[in-house]
Design a protein around this ligand. Structure first.
Ligand code: SF4
Length: 247
């Protein structure tokens, strides 16, 4: 059975819904040995998954995308994570130098505020294209997505087929609430981004992230100058191939 067959994905969802996040991670690691990767941006969710992988010695590889525009607090969390889990290697992907140079020379360093197209081009160069490289040849991509994050994540299945990247996507914390997540992080003394204590819930690049006010949607702090329906960066949508997106 090929990875993407709908029946296979449906069966995986049935199996995984009954498992804890650690059991799910172990299930994929055993069934797709050497081909399971987890993308971390050092968020609360990602730190919890990193802890599960390290504490359970689950053979899942970690990687991060360094866009070059992250908060200093995010880099500090990255450092603290390396100190806390020295046995883990966090493979790092940076933007393609030539693409970034062309974009900056043509549009300037803050072009993401000028139009949605320029914002998406920046995300494509700094996030989406590096992600393509990180996922090449892999079978399963583990993410920290939770249903609470945004309206278009409410109906997400725990396991889905990512057509663009040709991998199974697994969201082990999909049904966790923010309170459950915070409790897990605190109970296990897991290092986390200090911006979370200052009203930042979903943390991305510095120029494109702000704190949210009580009652605001989780994603209100991302690309706040754009229409709410466009608030994805291309990492978690069934997007067109990178070359087409970047046009
Ligand atoms: S979030 Fe902002 S700075 Fe980061 S890649 Fe996207 S547009 Fe560029």
């Amino acid at each position: 059975m090929t990875l993407e067959q709908p029946q296979h994905i449906a069966e995986l969802n049935q199996q995984l819904e009954a498992m804890s996040p650690e059991e799910g991670l172990r299930f994929f690691a055993e069934n797709y040995p050497g081909k399971v990767v987890f993308s971390t941006s050092f968020s609360w969710e990602d730190q919890a998954i990193t802890h599960l992988i390290a504490a359970g010695k689950v053979p899942v590889s970690l990687f991060t995308l360094d866009t070059g525009r992250l908060f200093k607090e995010t880099y500090s969390t990255w450092e603290a994570t390396m100190d806390t889990y020295p046995e883990l290697r966090i493979k790092t992907y940076t933007p393609d130098y030539g693409l970034l140079q062309d974009y900056l020379e043509s549009n300037g360093p803050n072009a993401f505020y000028k139009s949605t197209d320029l914002r998406k081009s920046c995300c494509n160069i700094r996030k989406v294209e590096p992600l393509r490289r990180a996922l090449a040849g892999q079978a399963v991509w583990v993410t920290g997505l939770r249903a609470e994050h945004s309206p278009n994540r409410q109906g997400l299945p725990m396991v889905e087929w990512d057509e663009v990247n040709g991998v199974i996507k697994y969201h082990p914390l999909l049904h966790w609430t923010l309170d459950e997540l915070k409790e897990f992080v605190n109970k296990n003394h897991i290092p986390y981004n200090s911006l979370h204590d200052k009203g930042f819930v979903s943390i991305g690049c510095l120029p494109c992230t702000r704190a949210i006010r009580p009652g605001e949607d989780f994603r209100a702090g991302r690309w706040w100058w754009e229409d709410a329906s466009k608030k994805e960066c291309g990492l978690h949508v069934h997007a067109e191939p990178f070359e087409k997106q970047a046009q």
